[in-house]
Design a protein around this ligand. Structure first.
Ligand SMILES: Cc1cc2nc3c(=O)[nH]c(=O)nc-3n(C[C@H](O)[C@H](O)[C@H](O)COP(=O)(O)OP(=O)(O)OC[C@H]3O[C@@H](n4cnc5c(N)ncnc54)[C@H](O)[C@@H]3O)c2cc1C
Length: 314
């Protein structure tokens, strides 16, 4: 394992995919313990300039890739500007994992399908030609646009960052929208960052005046679990009227998703319980459940409704 101390050294060690980045290690070390396809590693833990939050003069924030999830959750200035991001960070995994897991690793972690993680199986994500979960036990699988691979995307921060229209900075390349990290049409990968590329930071835009945001997750148990469905909502108010809305969900599809139909339905009018109920009413039609994921077609509108109702002005 190499342990570079600067960004240039880390980029050089990763270049071409010769080694795999290890940030907090909570995903890669679990994979390495069970499968042969992880490593050798370049450890990012000592790389100067990758960790911490920088504020630009215009009020936008840069969150370094090795900033831990716990640091994001505890950052008061981030919480004031991007409350749904810090709420998402505070809700995911466990205190121990949040203390180690990083923003970059969270966005680029591999899926948690038990067939993918089990060396006794081959699947589309590791060179196989079928998805064993399709015919097998896919109770935590996708419900929106289920394609050849039915593992939902595991990153909670990705959904929050989608709702905030965040971008990622990649060493040696221009910034790109968070959504460009993912491709629902590719069943062989959980993200489409080029092999060997180094994610340097996440860029959050200046919060709008009159912005409010919230995060909710539906879980099968209260802690140490990925959500069954999670939702992030960000609404910009112009007086009592919704000037714009951003709604993103996780746990339901191969990638974190924005819900443009809900956003459009809410924009222009007041945010009321009736408006929210009407906006989410079509979401079950967006779902195409697998035999064991029909419950997510119920949880999806309920979770989106719940998160939006938290933003209704008193
Ligand atoms: C019980 C449990 C519950 C969990 N619940 C949730 C949950 O609710 N929501 C959620 O989102 N996650 C959840 N997780 C997963 C956890 O959040 C991830 O394992 C963690 O965020 C990964 O971050 P890391 O820094 O440890 O990544 P690592 O394991 O270090 O890396 C993960 C991947 O990212 C790549 N990588 C990391 N940093 C960079 C970089 N800067 N540039 C390029 N590539 C990079 C690595 O090469 C690797 O492929 C849970 C985990 C457990 C065990």
């Amino acid at each position: 394992m190499t342990a570079p101390t600067d960004i240039a050294g880390a980029a050089a060690a990763l270049r071409g995919g010769a080694t795999e980045a290890r940030a907090g290690g909570t995903d890669v070390m679990a994979r390495a313990a069970h499968r042969a396809d992880a490593g050798p590693f370049t450890d990012l833990g000592r790389v100067a300039g990758l960790r911490g939050v920088t504020w630009r003069a215009d009020g936008s924030a840069l969150v370094g890739a090795t900033t831990t999830v716990a640091e994001v959750a505890a950052d008061a200035r981030l919480r004031a500007a991007y409350p749904a991001l810090t709420a998402t960070a505070a809700a995911l995994a466990t205190p121990q994992i949040r203390a180690t897991a990083t923003v970059g690793g969270n966005l680029l972690q591999r899926n948690r399908c038990w067939y993918f993680r089990n060396p006794a199986f081959r699947c589309l994500q590791d060179g196989g030609d079928t998805c064993p979960a399709h015919a097998g036990d896919h109770r935590y699988g996708t419900v929106v646009d289920p394609g050849p691979c039915v593992a939902p995307h595991p990153s909670s921060l990705a959904a929050a960052l989608l709702a905030y229209d965040a971008r990622v900075a990649v060493e040696g390349a221009g910034p790109r929208p968070v959504a460009a990290l993912y491709d629902a049409a590719d069943p062989t990968r959980d993200h489409v960052l080029e092999p060997g590329a180094l994610l340097v930071a996440v860029e959050l835009p200046v919060p709008a005046a009159g912005e409010a945001a919230a995060y909710r997750r539906a879980t099968a148990r209260s802690r140490a679990e990925w959500p069954l469905v999670e939702a992030v909502a960000r609404v910009v108010f112009d007086g009592a009227r919704v000037a714009s809305a951003a709604v993103a969900v996780g746990g339901v599809a191969r990638t974190p998703l924005r819900l443009p139909e809900v956003e459009e339905a809410l924009t222009g009018g007041p945010l009321t319980a009736e408006a929210v109920a009407a906006a989410v009413a079509g979401l079950p039609d967006r779902c195409a459940p697998l035999p064991r994921t029909g419950y997510k077609a119920v949880l999806l509108p309920a979770t989106v409704q719940d998160v939006l109702e938290r933003l209704i002005p008193a």
